[in-house]
Ligand binder design. Structure first.
Ligand code: SF4
Ligand code: SF4
Length: 416
């Protein structure tokens, strides 16, 4: 009997790129800016109302269940005017059939005005803000298109969101510079009152192409050179351990760090909220402004295109043999080292886009960040075990903080 977990078992999502790759910033490690070269024939590659309506109608048909989640992404989605999103909301209402519709928008926050914030508040948008820590950390790699620092503008955007009571969370990339200061990095988010943080490792390889793109696709050869801003496996492991040590002593239950939540989910055997820690891929596609659909936001390369919603229905694409194959390959193409790894149940070989390294026994296709993950999982194991025990006994995992203060006594065989 097959032990594969099918991508069919999970709900399907499609992330939208209403402004394509257009952005007012020029972050050095952005994986999306260069996608404009895929659409070089159109001077302004933005989503038309016709494509938007087609998408909304087809997406509603794709999504079963009582609520539907729209994710607006970029480039910078605020490069589109408010009128575009007002139109989107009207279309959502038209096609929702009475179902609840939720919206998430991922932004660099530099373009947020009172008007945007009022709109987000009124329509219950969850805003994801890309910010890479303190001014010094952030400005190391995130200049504006004019080459100026952007951190002050980001913070002004965050203050505007706070003033209007908009719900927001932080998406922070961990790169070669900020990885070295986990406590300061994490402390920054606590200081600004952020209670939900996603940390994403920056891993890119340089692979120059004639069309102007310069980043390697996940299937490009092992010879593509690692970009200098990439985090090293050792840095990533130390970073996760450093942030975890702060979090597990003070903030369990009050600050949510996505990768720690996903790790605990793996420990207790429930699906994690982080695709990188899921057994399969193939449940979250990305749609470019002109309607082209790709298997994943990180696989927007011609060889991973499923089709265009003008000519192929979204449901057909999302359940196509190509998408299923892509999803299952995460599991099928694990190296022997991963298959035998004691942390496979929580890691699942992480994101396939990072599988360009060689395993300890010389097998190609191993995850570049593996050594960092092994370090992290070994470090958090006993705390995860404790929190799992708590959950199994219907007790709050946050008790881990008191357990640490008490010197980590034996909780499975307590002294009588
Ligand atoms: S390829 Fe990576 S980012 Fe895409 S769905 Fe799979 S794990 Fe997630
Ligand atoms: S920690 Fe390394 S060996 Fe273990 S599953 Fe993750 S990538 Fe594979």
């Amino acid at each position: 009997m097959s032990t594969e977990i099918s991508p069919f078992d999970q709900p399907k999502y499609v992330m939208l790129k209403p402004a394509g790759a257009a952005c007012n910033l020029r972050c050095d490690y952005c994986y999306y800016l260069e996608k404009k070269h895929l659409y070089a024939e159109s001077r302004r590659h933005i989503m038309s109302e016709e494509t938007l309506e087609k998408f909304v109608e087809q997406y509603m048909a794709l999504t079963a269940g009582p609520s539907v989640l729209f994710t607006w992404h970029g480039g910078e989605p605020l490069m589109r005017p408010l009128s575009f999103y007002r139109k989107a909301l009207a279309l959502q209402e038209k096609y929702a059939g009475g179902r609840q519709v939720d919206n998430i928008i991922q932004t660099n926050a530099t373009l947020i005005t009172d008007e945007w914030a009022r709109f987000f508040k009124k329509n219950n948008f969850l805003v994801g803000v890309s910010v890479d820590g303190t001014e010094e950390m952030h400005d190391a790699y995130r200049p504006t298109a004019q080459g100026r620092p952007s951190w002050q503008q980001v913070m002004r955007g965050i203050r505007t969101l706070n003033r209007h009571g908009v719900e927001w969370n932080a998406m922070a990339t961990v790169n070669h510079i900020n990885a070295g200061a986990p406590a300061d990095f994490y402390g920054f988010f606590k200081e600004i009152g952020c209670r939900y943080i996603q940390f994403t490792p920056v891993v890119e390889r340089i692979y120059r192409r004639p069309d102007g793109r310069h980043l390697a696709s996940p299937v490009d050869g092992a010879w593509a050179e690692l970009a200098p801003f990439s985090v090293t496996p050792q840095q990533w492991g130390e970073f996760l351990c450093g942030v975890f040590d702060c979090w597990v002593r003070e903030d369990v239950g009050s600050t949510f760090v996505q990768i720690f939540d996903a790790t605990l989910a793996g420990w207790i055997g429930v699906p994690p909220s982080l695709c990188a820690m899921s057994p399969t891929c193939g449940h979250a596609a990305a749609m470019e402004a002109g309607g082209d659909v790709y298997v994943c936001d990180h696989y927007v390369f011609p060889e991973f295109k499923l089709g265009n919603i003008a000519t192929r229905p979204l449901t057909e694409m999302m359940y196509s043999p190509e998408m299923t194959e892509f999803g299952l390959n995460k599991q099928r193409l694990l190296t022997a080292q991963c298959r035998e790894c004691p942390y496979l149940f929580a890691c699942h070989g992480e994101c396939p886009r990072n599988r360009f390294a060689v395993s300890d026994d010389g097998e190609r296709g191993h995850n570049y960040l593996c050594a960092g993950y092994r370090r992290y999982f070994a470090h958090v194991s006993r705390y995860m075990d404790f929190m799992k025990y708590q959950l199994q006994h219907k007790q709050p995992p946050a008790a881990v903080m008191d357990w640490i203060k008490a010197g980590e006594p034996d909780y499975r065989h307590p002294a009588r």
